[in-house]
Design a protein around this ligand. Structure first.
Ligand SMILES: [Zn+2]
Length: 405
């Protein structure tokens, strides 16, 4: 079965091809290029995208919930809601992410992710599981429930990794007792080890890199920064991530977590290839304002921002805060919003903005051999959107999973 997306501006995202076409055979990309160069087999289904952008499907490596589904809810219905909701934001694959909680609850959530992965879901593809916690620094807990924050112990995590080989990323604070050993174990198993909710110093970050950590979770959120020890300045995780080429990182580009200036700082220091965007969203993403519960904590969804912040207009951009407004409690952003924010508020061109949600996350998660680019033989994960990054069509592995007419 052949499908052809015609008359679009293709962002591969290594180059841009105007008046392009993409030929899809079953679940993969067969051919792409200028419209008059692509062979169109007889009987193909033709879809004219009317000059819109044709980009690889967006990849979200960090989200706790969306569209009413909650990873810690630990039901396949929750994951289905997420998989079928995130496609409206152009997402074609995602990494459901757990929160700090009692270990049995985390196990239940992971087990459920495994069951959902075996289901035939008409939606975005579930890539595996991302454990965010419970191995964190209490000083940098953010919206992670402090009741459940513990140190990593092999007798806890080894059985988990053995039983659930689809755990493909773990976010942890490397300065904890046992966290370097954890990093090495993750590296040995090919699991991405990411520095998160960490109070580490520059020296401790270097040690983390030596023990397998390659990524840093949501830069600026839940991490140490410059502090004074007597007359001396000590660099924290923020500065370490910015300066060390060994580390990649991710930004919550929802228009609340980071002002444009800090997003520019990250892009300028890390370079466009070392950064990806994540929603870090919770179940209210896509649903609108109100009061919700997240990992046992009360959470408020609103769009109010203080005057001192650099962005004043927040159309369509809500955020989740702890009930006392002392910290953000993950976001309610959708992936299309993040891309839009990069163009509108950070001044990126659309091709670079697309890299941050396609080939970059694919490379960081080690799935770039099959996802994250429009190239021959890749999975047909494709998103079609207009100049305003409003999503027109989302295709996951060759199947149209969302269409906005
Ligand atoms: Zn976090």
């Amino acid at each position: 079965m052949f499908t052809v997306l015609l008359n679009g501006k293709i962002i591969t995202p290594f180059r841009r091809i105007d008046r392009g076409a993409v030929l899809i055979e079953n679940d993969h990309i067969k051919e792409f290029g200028a419209m008059d160069k692509v062979t169109i087999p007889e009987g193909s289904r033709l879809i004219d995208v009317g000059g819109a952008f044709i980009s690889p499907g967006f990849i979200d490596l960090h989200l706790h919930g969306a569209w009413g589904g909650d990873v810690m809810g630990a039901t396949t219905a929750d994951l289905l809601r997420m998989a079928q909701g995130v496609v409206k934001g152009g997402v074609t694959s995602f990494l459901p992410t757990t929160l700090s909680g009692p270990l049995p609850d985390i196990v239940k959530a992971v087990d459920c992710i495994g069951r959902a992965m075996r289901m035939d879901i008409h939606g975005a593809k579930i890539l595996g599981a991302h454990l965010e916690g419970p191995y964190f620094s209490l000083e940098q807990k953010g919206a992670q429930n402090p009741l459940y924050i513990i140190n990593p112990k092999p007798e806890d995590y080894l059985p988990l990794f053995d039983k659930y080989p689809f755990i493909i990323r773990v976010s942890a604070a490397p300065e904890l007792d046992g966290a370097l050993e954890l990093g090495q174990e993750l590296k040995r198993r090919g699991i991405v080890a990411s520095i998160a909710h960490s109070n580490a110093s520059y020296q401790e970050v270097l040690q983390a890199i030596e023990h397998g950590y390659t990524h840093a979770t949501h830069i600026f959120s839940g991490m140490s920064t410059i502090k004074r020890v007597d007359a001396y300045r000590v660099a924290g995780v923020v500065e370490s991530v910015l300066v060390l080429d060994e580390l990649t990182t991710e930004m919550i580009a929802d228009g609340h977590h980071l002002p444009p200036s800090l997003m520019k700082l990250v892009l300028k220091t890390k370079g466009i290839d070392k950064v990806c965007l994540v929603t870090d969203s919770m179940k209210a993403a896509g649903l609108g304002p109100g009061r919700y519960e997240l990992g046992g904590l009360d959470v408020l969804i609103e769009s109010a921002i203080p005057e001192v912040f650099e962005i004043s207009t927040q159309e369509r951009n809500y955020v989740a805060k702890l009930a006392d407004r002392s910290a953000f409690a993950s976001s309610v952003a959708t992936m299309d919003q993040l891309v839009r924010n990069m163009v509108k508020h950070v001044g990126l061109n659309i091709v670079d903005a697309v890299k941050l949600v396609t080939c970059n996350p694919a490379r960081m998660q080690g799935i770039d051999h099959e996802r994250g680019a429009i190239a021959e033989g890749m999975k047909a994960d494709i998103t079609v959107f207009d100049e305003n990054v409003d999503i027109h069509l989302t295709m996951a592995e060759g199947e149209i999973v969302y269409q906005n007419d």
